[in-house]
Write a protein that binds this ligand. Structure first.
Ligand code: 4AD
Ligand code: MG
Length: 477
């Protein structure tokens, strides 16, 4: 018999004869009640075992973590807490679980412990919920752009270009590391490498994406990106997923409008589709907040926070205004910031971003028109000659969730900027071609997918919203 998903059984509108369910035992109480979960929903289904007619040998094998198949009827439950339960007539142990050794005991585990067991943590309520929400969110991303007629582009993962110019890349090579070929100058001879040149894992699909936008009009990428930045924080991964739309003829304001509309759409989508999971995550967060000192507690519950984003426009503030606010702020005057803001031109640290969002504006903020020298080479220079048409979207509890800009479409200005920064024109000849042949105003942004999942799930460490996190000194699984 084909098994029915627990979710469908729980949503049934009638009792049912002869059904089969398969899943994993969460708990087994009183030698009679199995809480069965199959991952289709956060909710378990109660299975009532006919213990009088089940051999002791079998009953002993119903342990936390075991895989079982239950056949029986879907009946109205006599117990409180659920509408339906399965009255089991036939029980089969599919896979035993050593109850004593099984790491996911039915009790509260620390997030650190769960990270060490990332292959099993997905069997807990919290991680099941997070991963279902993540999946629905990625579907919503495609749904948004496809509805609007954007073309999905798969940009290369192996590339010779450093899009962000930050030099934080993982090298890709098939050269023998213990016996590197050298050229006449005594340097490594990359002509002998697999691609005949120096290559790395991409930090962003933007540059290739721009070439497509200059033909297809509106495109987006959604793929893995890699950064070898040695920042062991709760917001950084070495391997993360990024969504990068790029739109011909959009200026910076259009870019901001698109980003806001997009973020609202995916959040609304997930609120509608993941009711049970979000309710569970909201409860989890409330519990966690209770253990924090009053001053650090979030003022809003999870769903309230998500709805706030839907209902309120993001505050649009120029970098220059932001610097004035920060300079006059209490933590700056009292030297509470680790990095004191003294003058225009300072790079903003996450403490400053969070002050603006959480304390000053109490709303998501879009900062724009940053100093040119703290931003990437491809951003459109403003008439003032010192700021660029950049925008960062800052979220409460997260900091930067989106980074984007209007691009420098003028060949001469771009070429000069690259020269000043020592970026080899010959390496990026193809990128410059977009400015040689039919250049036009265009804009785009990158949204860090895990940072979005963090915000939506109310989790606080980015390692907890990706299946198998990659961080400095950690590539297990
Ligand atoms: O601000 P970033 O570096 O911008 C770009 O890569 C541009 N090429 C995007 C574009 O205009 N098409 O990165 C974009 C976003 C950040 O705002 C952040 O959300 C996320 O990517 N991000 C990270 N997420 C997790 N771990 C990291 N190490 C991240 N670095 C950036
Ligand atoms: Mg950025």
């Amino acid at each position: 018999m084909r098994h029915t998903k627990v979710k469908d059984l729980l949503n049934s509108t009638t009792t049912l004869q002869e059904i089969n369910a398969k899943g994993w035992v969460r708990t087994f109480r009183n030698n009679q009640f199995i809480a069965l979960n199959d991952g289709s929903t956060i909710n378990n289904i109660q299975c009532v075992v006919d213990f009088e007619n089940t051999p002791d040998e079998t009953l002993k094998r119903i342990t936390t973590g075991a895989a079982v198949s239950v056949t029986g009827t879907l009946a109205e439950s006599k117990g409180a807490g659920q509408k339906y339960e399965i009255q089991v007539t036939k029980l089969e142990i599919l896979g035993d679980s050593d109850a004593e050794k099984f790491p996911m005991q039915p009790k509260k585990h620390s997030l650190e412990f769960l990270r060490e067991n990332a292959h099993l943590r997905v069997r807990t309520n919290a991680f099941g919920a997070i991963m279902r929400v993540r999946s629905v969110l990625s579907y919503a991303v495609h749904s948004y752009f496809q509805q609007k007629g954007f073309v999905y582009v798969n940009t290369p993962i192996i590339t010779g270009a450093d899009a962000e110019g930050a030099g934080e890349m993982f090298q890709v090579t098939s050269l023998p590391l213990d016996n590197l070929p050298k050229n006449e100058e005594g340097n490594i001879d990359y002509k002998k490498d697999f691609f005949g040149k120096h290559t790395n894992l991409t930090v962003s699909g933007q540059l290739e994406g721009e070439t497509f936008a200059m033909a297809l009009g509106q495109i987006y990428t959604f793929g893995p990106t890699f950064r070898a930045e040695n920042s062991n924080t709760s917001r950084h991964l070495a391997e993360f997923w990024m969504i990068e739309p790029e739109v011909a003829f959009n200026d910076l304001n259009d870019n901001m409008d698109l980003a806001e509309d997009f973020i609202r759409y995916v959040i609304k989508y997930v609120i509608e589709k993941c009711t049970d999971d979000l309710k569970f995550l909201e409860g989890r967060l409330l519990e966690e907040e209770k253990s924090k000192p009053q001053a650090e507690r979030s003022e809003m519950a999870l769903l309230e926070k998500l709805n706030f984003v839907l209902e309120n426009n993001f505050k649009r503030v120029s970098y220059t205004e932001a610097i004035d606010i920060l300079r006059d702020s209490t933590p700056n005057k009292k030297k509470k910031f680790q990095y004191i803001i003294n003058e225009w031109g300072a790079d903003l640290q996450s403490e400053h971003e969070r002050y603006l969002v959480e304390k000053h504006f109490k709303s998501p903020v879009i900062l724009f028109d940053y100093p040119a020298n703290i931003k990437a080479f491809y951003m459109r220079l403003n008439e003032d000659g010192k700021t660029v048409r950049a925008m960062d979207i800052l979220f409460p509890g997260i900091g930067e969730i989106v980074g984007g800009s209007q691009r420098e479409e003028r060949f001469d200005v771009l070429a000069e900027k690259m020269k000043a920064l020592g970026i080899d024109e010959e390496e990026l000849w193809w990128y410059l071609d977009t400015r040689r042949f039919g250049s036009a105003v265009h804009s785009g942004f990158g949204l860090g997918f895990e940072r979005l999942v963090l915000f939506v799930t109310g989790m606080t460490n980015i390692r907890d919203v990706i299946a198998f996190p990659r961080t400095p000194q950690n590539a297990e699984f």
